[in-house]
Design a protein around this ligand. Structure first.
Ligand code: FES
Length: 114
């Protein structure tokens, strides 16, 4: 089987109620990831595109968070109602859904940066 063309990583992290960082999946239902899988299956895309469950993507304040690779497109505050639009516009159409993009933030220098 050839490798996947794209991966969607859907944060399904769950923290205890009241945790200051919040949770992308407070119910622990993985409903958003399941909705992506269902939408991909309905379009016959599961052999080319994979919707993976992810742990915390470190963008909790913007969650539920989804990132698409290799595009490196990050989405914030994604709901099940947004799934069809992301699949149709971005994954199939090649046009990231602008209204759901993670807000731009200054990049942080990390070890190894020059
Ligand atoms: S809990 Fe989802 S990005 Fe941190």
């Amino acid at each position: 089987m050839p490798p996947f063309d794209k991966h969607l990583f859907i944060c399904c992290n769950r923290r205890e109620p009241g945790n200051a960082k919040g949770s992308c999946d407070p119910a622990g239902s993985e409903a958003l990831q399941k909705a992506f899988k269902k939408a991909l299956a309905a379009r016959g895309l599961t052999r080319r595109i994979r919707a993976n469950k992810s742990g915390c993507l470190d963008q909790c304040e913007f969650g539920p968070t989804v990132v698409v690779y290799p595009d490196a497109v990050w989405y914030s505050k994604v709901t099940e109602a947004d799934v069809d639009e992301i699949i149709d516009e971005h994954i199939i159409g090649g046009r990231p859904v602008q209204r759901l993009l993670l807000p731009e933030r200054p990049t942080e220098k990390t070890v190894g940066d020059v």
